[in-house]
Design a protein around this ligand. Structure first.
Ligand code: NA7
Length: 543
């Protein structure tokens, strides 16, 4: 038990995004005392920070929502097929209010350090306001795309205009009217924001390192009929998303491979999905992620579309992705992205062939030419999946830090725990489907699993739960093996840590599918938490 007088909780939760909010709600319902620390000034996590123009979820709103409360899912009205960031943030705030969560959340507070006390079997958690609190358990609900990364580009500090990062956007309105804007990065954030910035700015120059595949969203207002269709069928939709769909999204599942259809049939199917819009483009066939020739058919279809949309042939050529199979970098979902390059005030600069030489006071220099800009938007992504965990100085058994242990890449058992770090859970950590799935489906599954395990521990009067080292090794090998049976590791993606110089190249998420993964987690629990070590007594005290 913690030192007399110290502030103590059963559980400290780090982060008040969708994972932290639901974790807190479950813990309360089970009678655990809990405290959430959140670095932002409000709830919502990634949706609190990513306020850039055009920010939107690429999972449809009726599915990118909690399922744990029937009243909530019946009563909340999503306005569009793909919810814009302000509406998702409003939803997160609604959930916080509706379930009275705020009183246990401390905002504007970072967790800086967490040290496991092997004698007390509890964590000492140091926060940025200089306090230390004790907790038997710590849950890292720190998010997968939450540590925005501004790259080190030579001369950036000399730039005299404003520099923004999409993942850390100001709360006040940013007005680009009359300005020449430079946009660096063409992942989802760059692709979503470019068309909107282009409408406002005097000129937009997009600096592209890797051309990306993007599918039209076909976003539209949701009708009452569409909302009702979901609401009536939610039990089946949610069951399917959890148990059947590989990525936690209810959609028609492919039953054949791309090469099983004749060319004209295949094109007709791609066209139908292109016209329908959204992520389901990739579910036309079941082998696009597995077979290069199959993948080429989809990739070529999209390249053809880009060539049709973009009028200038050289720009069209540059915008056609060639460096990776379609889908092996997160596919983008856009509204008028490619069309934007037909505007007279938009230009594309290839920084693959000739990388940015330097940024000067008022320009981005590429191949000896200065592209003058008044403002810069960095859409350069995140230190994904591990970045926010790594920022916390976590000490487990024997004083080992998690950063030391993960120096060659993250190691977890089921993405939930890491050996040597007892009573420390991660929600949607590396080694779980996380970013390859509808995050809310994965968050709910992890939070429920963690909640159940805590009830088990309390019921049995146990002191600790910890991943067994051998079980962890086997899981890491399995995650790796499944990934290497696919085309995914071919891309220099953030799934691979490839966007961060020096980060180990490991395919981080588990690609076996959310249904398979859920069954594995459930079986592990049913077998008395197989692969986890649980102790009633204090290991070190006996020694
Ligand atoms: P992403 O998908 O990581 O995209 C970042 C983009 O920035 C990508 O085009 C990168 O090119 C580019 N980038 C990164 N560093 C540099 C440097 N140093 N110079 C030039 N260009 C650079 O981040 P997003 O925010 O768009 O999206 C993240 C996820 O959020 C997304 O996948 C959805 O799941 C939601 P690269 O491809 O590395 O060559």
């Amino acid at each position: 038990s913690p030192a007399q007088g110290a502030e103590a909780y059963d559980v400290v939760v780090v982060g008040a995004g969708f994972a932290g909010l639901y974790m807190l709600h479950r813990l309360r319902g089970l009678g655990f005392s809990a405290r959430v620390f959140e670095q932002g000034g409000g709830v919502g996590g990634t949706w609190y920070w990513n306020r850039y123009p055009g920010a939107r979820c690429d999972v449809e709103s009726m599915q990118y929502s909690y399922s744990f409360s029937e009243e909530l899912q019946q009563e909340w009205d999503w306005s569009e097929r793909y919810a814009p960031q302000p509406e998702i943030l409003k939803y997160a705030n609604h959930v916080a209010d509706r379930f009275d969560l705020r009183r246990d959340i401390q905002f504007n507070t970072r967790v800086e350090r967490a040290v496991f006390d092997e004698r007390a079997n509890s964590w000492s958690v140091t926060t940025s306001d200089g306090r230390i609190v004790q907790a038997q358990f710590v849950v890292l609900a720190t998010g997968c795309l939450s540590n925005a990364r501004k790259p080190d580009i030579k001369g950036l500090e000399n730039f005299r205009g404003a520099v923004y990062h999409t993942g850390n956007w100001p709360h006040e309105d940013v007005d680009f009217t009359g300005l020449r804007v430079g946009l660096i990065g063409t992942g989802s954030s760059g692709i979503q924001s470019a068309p909107i910035i282009a409408e406002q700015a005097k000129h937009l120059t997009v600096f592209q390192r890797t051309a990306n595949f993007s599918i039209p969203a076909r976003n539209a207002a949701l009708t009452d009929e569409e909302r009702d269709a979901f609401r009536k069928n939610y039990p089946e939709i949610r069951r399917f998303a959890r148990e059947v769909a590989r990525n936690g999204i209810y959609a028609e599942q492919p039953d054949r491979g791309a090469l099983d259809d004749a060319e004209d049939v295949r094109r007709a199917k791609y066209k139908a999905r292109w016209d329908h819009g959204g992520l389901t483009f990739m579910y036309v066939y079941n082998n696009l992620g597995l077979n290069q020739a199959a993948n080429d058919t989809a990739a070529n279809y999209v390249r053809g579309k880009i060539a049709e949309i973009v009028t200038d042939p050289e720009t069209a050529r540059l915008l056609q992705p060639s460096s990776h199979p379609i889908g092996t970098k997160r596919i983008c979902i856009d509204t008028d992205y490619f069309k934007t390059f037909n505007r007279p005030n938009v230009s594309l600069v290839d920084i693959k062939t000739n990388p940015i030489e330097e940024i000067t006071a008022n320009a981005v220099r590429v191949a000896g030419r200065d592209h003058e800009v008044d403002a810069l938007v960095m859409a350069t992504g995140f230190d994904a999946m591990t970045g926010s965990v790594a920022k916390i100085d976590i000490h487990g058994r024997g004083g080992q830090t998690l950063n030391q242990k993960w120096a060659e890449g993250p190691k977890t058992y089921l993405g939930l725990m890491s050996a040597g770090f007892p009573n420390l859970f991660i929600v949607t950590g590396p080694g779980s489907p996380s970013v390859l799935s509808n995050m809310i489906v994965s968050i709910e599954q992890h939070v429920d699993w963690i909640a159940d395990s805590l009830v088990h521990i309390r019921g049995q009067g146990l002191a600790t739960i910890e991943a067994d080292g051998d079980a962890e090794e086997r899981w890491v090998a399995h995650v790796n093996e499944v990934a290497h049976g696919t085309l995914y590791p071919q891309a220099n993606s953030w799934y691979m840590g490839a966007n961060i110089p020096g980060k180990p190249r490991i395919f981080m998420p588990y690609i076996g599918g959310v249904g398979v993964y859920r069954r594995i987690c459930d079986e592990v629990a049913a077998k008395g938490y197989e692969g986890f070590v649980m102790e009633a007594e204090l290991r070190q005290q006996a020694a």
